[in-house]
Design a protein around this ligand. Sequence first.
Ligand code: ATP
Ligand code: ZN
Length: 290
Amino acid sequence: MNAKTEKKLKVAVQKSGRLSEDSLSLIRECGIRVNRSDNKLKSAASNFPLELLFLRDDDIPEYVADGVADIGIVGENVVLEKEKSVEIVERLGFGKCRLSIAMPEQYSYQSLEDFSGIRIATSYPKILRKFLHDHGLHAEIREIRGSAEIAPSIGLAEAVCDLVSSGSTLLSTRLKEVEVLLESEAVLISGKKLSREASEILASLLVRIRAVQMARNSRYILLNAPDNALSEIIEILPGLKSPTVLPLAKEGWSSVHTVIDENDFWEIIEKLKSKGAQGILVLPIEKMFA
Ligand code: ATP
Ligand code: ZN
């Protein structure tokens, strides 16, 4: 071992599962070089003081709370269920899903009262208990490991409380989603007592993560605008600040550049065209700092 080992930020990520690939991509898009070879439990980055620990997602909150890892990337659903002493530092925008109660397709669901007295199978007993308690409902929680969706068909419960994203698993098990308890996504969590070095590395990692996230959600837009419609066109464009306007060689026309939110993109393009904008180019942004 190197005598002068520099402090590394230990980052827990899911070893293999739905969050693994996106977690690694995010780290890599931050310009951090990490290798992943199967079966390895750890991997140090070559150009940033960071080390990845590959773990089961269920264990990540505990390892972070205990300080085995400084931070972790895990579904908010797991963070809420585990109730460990960790903080959510950043929402990451991937791994989106809902924790929902589902019932057999043929059941005609009316209201929350329908849960009174029934059995609900789940691997999220704490979140479910809180939900039932908050709504003054008394249902029996059947805790099971893994996916709960077969519980009704084998007579174990009348309803399930499980994760759903597209709903296709529910359809295949002839269940329908009747109530959403939680909208979840991957989050970055940290322990409550990070060392000074770890906090400093985390701060610089966060600058990068936010730049990547902003860039992912934004597009650079360039267009040619007739000068007589310029003010109306600028009004349609909610840029970072105000758009850059440059005169074109062709008299009476200007080139307008700005950054727009990816979600507003189609609506904005329609409006721009209706005001006479031409030659509209939309480009991805690699990194963006506010
Ligand atoms: P592990 O082996 O690490 O325990 P797992 O089987 O518990 O993995 P995955 O199925 O890989 O977990 O899901 C990891 C996380 O992905 C979930 O906790 C949730 O936050 C998120 N997720 C997104 N969409 C879905 C979905 N449709 N079903 C389940 N989880 C989803
Ligand atoms: Zn798991």
